[in-house]
Design a protein around this ligand. Sequence first.
Ligand code: SF4
Ligand code: SF4
Ligand code: SF4
Ligand code: FES
Length: 376
Amino acid sequence: MIKITIDNREIEVKPGTNVLQAALDNGIDIPHLCYHPELVPSGGCRMCLVEVEGRPNPVPSCGLQAAEGMVIHTRTEQVEAMRRDIIDLFVSDHPLNCVVCDKNGACALQKYAYEYNVAETSFDFELSRTLYQDDNPFFIRDHQYCILCGKCVRVCDEVVGAHAIDFSQRGFVTYIATPFDVPLAESSCVFCGSCVQVCPTAALLPRNKIGKGREWELERTRTVCGYCGVGCSLEYALKDGEIIYAQGFADAPVNGEFLCVKGRFGWDFAKQPDRLTQPLVRKDLAYELGLTDEPWELPETSVLKSKPKAENYIPVSWEQAIDITATKLADIIRQHGGNAVAGLASARCTNEENYIFQKFMRVGVGTNSIDHCARL
Ligand code: SF4
Ligand code: SF4
Ligand code: SF4
Ligand code: FES
């Protein structure tokens, strides 16, 4: 371990740790906009400047590796004045309409403008980017709010590997674009929304969030994504019981803040009226088992060719459903042998569950006819 001193506090950090992360891990908040612990530091925003004893000028702490004996000061008059100037520069090219902005309450630029009391710019105000792109069904790109921190570019390259976006143009007119400015849907974007997750401002927002409520009005519910056996944790932001958007969170054990398109944007099934929420037994069997008084027969045409109708099924408890399935399965095996049965496992189960299922089919039922729908 390496010993360093930050703001008169001696702390121990692992070799290779950058000073910003060392400070954050020890509850010392150094302002930062372009840094993300999962991404290679770019040193782009300069908000994390610190003074290091023995060095002539302030240095960005996100790109500074901790070294034995280093003494760092994060809140000197000089660096605080520099940070204030940096925020002033950001807001000289940014519409400060926080009162109607959908990022209000969750915006890093707003947080720092408040902390440093920057209500307006002291420079000439001019918006360099006014482009608004809604070229996909999942999120909007409103470039006037972009502060060019580059986190979206780095997450797309380093975490997702899609390389769908990069800086385009130079100087004041720089903006984030796909190659040749094609719509995102025509680029290599996989719509994972990781760029939306890491964006500190309203430049990238889930489409469904726009106009649906202020951040502080939303309830948060953490759960596990139901789409596949990876088991990513996610957090739903809800208003009046309606999901507004989904996001990852840093301490999620499997996936951290990152999700795929299904987990992040594919949650509308939760409110579908024909979603199965309990086991159902088809009416002909339900009648045979005495679960209904209404006789019913399977129509001549296969039910597989038409959408199952809810009125042809009887809801039962899980205990009843498992009991009926076990009895029917045992009858088939007794009469026709294990090879009369085939099993289809689910990609939504974990590896362990699928392992148990195949063991049950091979050893318990006595068949090798087993497949897996890992094609969600
Ligand atoms: S992106 Fe942030 S700073 Fe900009 S208007 Fe919205 S809340 Fe305010
Ligand atoms: S949605 Fe994912 S793949 Fe598409 S630009 Fe953002 S990070 Fe890259
Ligand atoms: S879109 Fe967001 S994450 Fe990307 S550079 Fe702009 S502010 Fe940063
Ligand atoms: S957070 Fe270090 S330069 Fe931006």
